[in-house]
Design a protein around this ligand. Sequence first.
Ligand SMILES: *Cc1c(COP(=O)(O)O)cnc(C)c1O
Length: 436
Amino acid sequence: MTLTLQDCRDRDAQDLLRPLRDLFSLPAGQIYLDGNSLGAAPKATAARVASVVQNEWSQDLIASWNKAGWVDLPLRLGNQFAPWLGAGQDEVVFTDTTSINLFKVLTAAARIAAEDGPARKKLLTERSNFPTDLYIAQSVCQQHGLELVLLEPEEILPALDDDAAVLLLTHVNYRTGAMHDMEQITAAAHAHRILCVWDLCHSAGAVPVDLRGANADFAVGCGYKYLNGGPGAPAFVWAHPRVVNRCWQPLTGWFGHAAPFQFTPGYAPAEGIRRYLCGTQPIISLSALQCGLDVFSATEALGGMQALRAKSLALTDLFIRLVEERCQGHGLGLATPLHHAQRGSQVCLTRDEGLGLDGQGSGAYAIIQALIARGVVGDFRQGDGGLGRHKDILRFGFTPLYVGFEDVWNAVEQLRQVLASGEWREPRFHQRQAVT
Ligand SMILES: *Cc1c(COP(=O)(O)O)cnc(C)c1O
């Protein structure tokens, strides 16, 4: 039996998470399927930011560091969100960017590994990891005399051996939406005493995460994707208590000092995750981020992550099924695993090479642009032009906080029309912009 628009409307009517959409300000008439790139704005954020500026900053000025609790905000937010990561209290801080936090934890891991086994000379990661992760790993390898080993997903477990120091993996892959088994891989790596660093950019707030349960060593993740913290929102960093105090992180700024306001000339790191702070914290950005985290706190009464995950899988299942039923014959494929345990909260469609304008490329970029013009916002991720195993990707993020089942129907219907009409061939959809 094929699905209908009415079926989707019925599902929305039964969706207990539906009211959460009202906590966000979204442009009318748009279906936003890019919350995995930049999350939507919570309605509370604008007033919160204004209040920080008008009341805390303008009125109380420097007294706000104490009076408004600015000084503890990175840790307070970390504690608020820790349960969603399976982390304990005082184990998480929100600070800096994912790239910077990754530099800190990879360097710490390299230092600990060098102490534990100087012969270990490899940093393992995935070839298809997000590029900033690879770039940061390259620098850390250069500084610590490590060899960077780039692996395909099926090569990870066989590559774990006693020569490896650190394994850096992104839990949910940004191009495919494929999710690793964090617990299984971490256990396999620990059997060789390899330290595990997990990047949770596409996991935090999107899928269940249990860092303590998986016994991971370090984790970082993004504040502006599923956490809806705003563009460039502070990211988070977590270290397991057994490693957090083992070494200095490399960016030894005064906010990571044990006693920053004693102004002593010598560095002494704070105990615990606070040492992963570096300089003065961006209070306005952290305040905006808190509004994003508050939305998650509000979902606890509605079933929390279990309910979010169930809806996310229902949305992605529906999208996959509707694309299969309604968009056949246009060279689309599925990059995202069908198996729920291996799927994040996004669906990535591939498009075959040679189907673009004049048989050049895949046309995927223009299809996304044509969809955006129709009010369906996904994004495009470039493949390797048929040279390797990565096709061009049309990427759609499904945020259960504000995407509904009728949205999925309408998005697929727009995609069907864009493909059937060939409208994506229009020159205006082929103009490349700086940010895709
Ligand atoms: C989004 C993302 C980042 C972003 O890093 P920034 O420092 O915030 O630019 C890093 N890694 C992964 C896996 C991501 O998905």
